[in-house]
Ligand binder design. Structure first.
Ligand code: SF4
Length: 605
């Protein structure tokens, strides 16, 4: 056991800060407390260098200030966003936000960035209104929250909510004068929008079937929850140079897409005779950012479940101290890793920890059981006997308030009272008694929602697009539905095909990992410019990890449905056998071969 006096003041502050955030949630789940983990593992002397913001008189923003000062001392100019954050921390701008609401004004200049720290996005010129993004750890939404959200969507927003690609909800069409009232009403209802935009750790995602998946190794819901509350209760976590994503995968049938996150945790089984006692551990991956064509890379360590949140917190602190603050395009974790290599980043992370993760090559772990793409759509047995869950298809993620109330009622009447949002912009209802599945089917249909859909519609992902995002070059959601309607009416495909549409290189809909990916662009047609896309095929994640290949450039949006049909028709015609997936088909051919095959099929008029 380590005595209190063995720690420096800095180390004690770090541990106290961490423990206050993590222990409450941990005790609720019956997991060992962080302090117990530290005591059990032991802390090598002198390794707790102390996190950013903990030095005497520094306050929680000291780490951010120190990092900014370092660039300044090197004669490098801070990005305007960094200068604004230095002038006044965005979380200290609540009064400004209220004043804007009281006078019916939208923010200008760097206040736009500051308000995103509160979850409010002024989205002009796409819409002269705010969007509000929430956070639901692991995508878990209680039915009572969904009902309250429906109420608030009608009272303060456009009467609908969009499920995002981080298993989250967004409200849109919020007027300037309603902004503060909405934020306070959300908190009254036990919901939170803090730190959902700008340079913050975004919604913590996890396996959507956690706790009910017959195949999973571990239920990651407590980890998502711990991470969520750790962020909310640590002001220094709001001093990052850029946004940051964290995901937990429990090793089940459904992926959490953790390899597309800045830090991805993947549950693995380790058998007898390895570096650690047999059991379930987590691998860590660093630096996923598919918009920059990079997946997260394995860091070569094994963590126990109770080590994951402190490990992530330490890694975030290293990023906070060393991420670029002069060039926003290079300010993501990937660029620290590119400059340092994984090993140095890992060493810096471990230097902040009161325990040392076990080094272990990936080959020490049993291979992950296969992920089944879109296995969550429709009805599926749970690990709990006699219970099923249903994956409901939400066309490009939009739910009207009446549908939200209807889903909440179904979850309460037939399920376990929670809904699970997915990164594929769909929703699951769990805990349904097998004999009530038919009643649930009927109620979903009465709400105009589908629990089975065509091959394209059930795997459709689209970012906001230019109907609500100023960066977008195309109306992605509308075009996504046009593609799905067109193709599903004409082709009979056995499995789901992932079609991802993203409006700009920020890649919120991760076009590089779709079977088919569309990246919005402006296309010159005669004397005009029209909305259009560059088209990619063959992207994948997890075991099928690969960045999609560009197959066509500058396709007008009006032709996107026919182009998709042509590619899928060629696949149906030319595939090796009915078991060959579109992905495998694409990977079996070179880009030139694919183009030739796709051109063989006539485009319908
Ligand atoms: Fe907006 Fe670009 Fe993200 Fe789409 S990908 S929502 S256009 S920032």
């Amino acid at each position: 056991m380590i005595a209190q006096d063995d720690f420096t003041d800095e180390q004690k502050q770090y541990l106290e800060g961490f423990v206050s955030g993590a222990n409450l949630a941990r005790s609720l789940h019956g997991l060992p407390t962080f302090a117990a983990t530290v005591a059990a593992l032991g802390a090598p002397p002198g390794v707790n260098a102390g996190p950013a913001g903990q030095e005497a008189g520094g306050g929680p923003d000291a780490g951010m200030h120190r990092a900014q000062d370092r660039f300044h001392a090197e004669g490098r100019k801070l990005a305007p966003e960094e200068q604004a954050k230095r002038k006044k921390h965005p979380l200290d701008q609540w009064d400004d936000l209220r004043q804007h609401a009281e006078s019916g004004r939208y923010p200008k200049g760097t206040d736009v960035l500051a308000f995103k720290y509160h979850g409010l996005f002024y989205v002009a010129p796409a819409q002269d209104s705010y969007m509000c993004r929430l956070r639901f750890h692991g995508g878990i939404v209680r039915s009572t929250q969904l009902r309250d959200l429906a109420e608030l969507a009608e009272q303060y927003a456009g009467g609908y909510a969009d499920v995002t690609t981080r298993a989250n909800f967004q409200l849109r069409e919020i007027q300037a004068e309603d902004a503060a009232a909405l934020l306070t009403a959300l908190q009254d209802a036990g919901m939170c929008s803090r730190g959902t935009g700008a340079d913050n750790i975004r919604n913590i995602t996890g396996t959507p079937t956690a706790g009910i998946d017959p195949q999973e190794l571990i239920d990651v819901r407590p980890l998502c929850r711990d991470m969520h509350y750790y962020i909310l209760n640590h002001r220094e976590m709001y001093g990052l140079p850029r946004k940051f994503n964290i995901a937990f995968d429990g090793g089940g049938t459904i992926s959490a897409l953790e390899d597309t996150n800045d830090i991805g945790f993947t549950a693995v089984r380790v058998e007898e005779g390895k570096a650690v006692p047999a059991g379930v551990y987590f691998r860590v991956q660093f630096g996923g950012i598919t918009g920059h064509q990079d997946f997260a890379r394995d860091a070569g360590v094994l963590l126990t479940p109770e080590q994951c949140v402190p490990f992530a917190a330490a890694a975030v602190r290293v990023f906070l101290e060393h991420g670029d603050r002069t060039d926003r395009k290079k300010a993501r974790l990937k660029y620290v890793l590119d400059a340092w290599g994984i090993e140095k980043f890992l060493e810096e992370t471990c230097s902040l920890l009161p325990f040392q993760p076990v080094r272990s090559p990936l080959s020490e772990c049993a291979p992950r059981l296969p992920v089944v793409k879109h296995a969550h759509i429709g009805f599926h047995p749970q690990r709990q006997e006699g219970r099923v869950y249903v994956g409901v298809v939400l066309p490009v993620g939009r739910l009207q308030a009446t549908q939200m109330r209807g889903l909440a009622a179904i979850a309460e009447r037939y399920g376990d009272g929670v809904l699970r949002l997915t990164v594929w912009q769909n929703v699951l209802i769990s805990g349904i008694a097998v004999e009530q599945a038919e009643a649930v089917r009927r109620e979903l249909e009465a709400l105009g929602l589908q629990w089975q859909a065509g091959a394209v519609r059930s795997g459709l992902v689209a970012c906001t697009g230019n109907a609500g995002c100023r960066f977008a070059a195309a109306d992605t959601k509308r075009h996504a539905l046009q593609i799905a309607d067109h193709v599903d009416a004409r082709l009979r495909l056995e499995g789901t095909v992932n079609v991802h549409l993203t409006g700009c290189p920020h890649s919120c809909a991760q076009h590089f990992i779709g079977d088919v990916g569309f990246l919005g662009t402006s296309v010159e047609v005669g004397d005009d410019f029209v909305e259009g896309y560059h088209v990619y095929v063959g992207g994948g994640y997890g075991e099928q990890q690969e960045i999609g290949r560009e197959i066509y450039r500058s396709v007008p949006a009006s032709e996107a449905p026919q182009v998709t049909e042509r590619m899928l028709a060629a696949y149906l015609r030319e595939r090796r056998d009915p078991d060959e997936s579109f992905l495998d088909f694409c990977r079996r051919h070179s880009t030139e071969q694919l183009r030739a095959l796709f051109e063989l099929e006539a485009v319908p008029a």
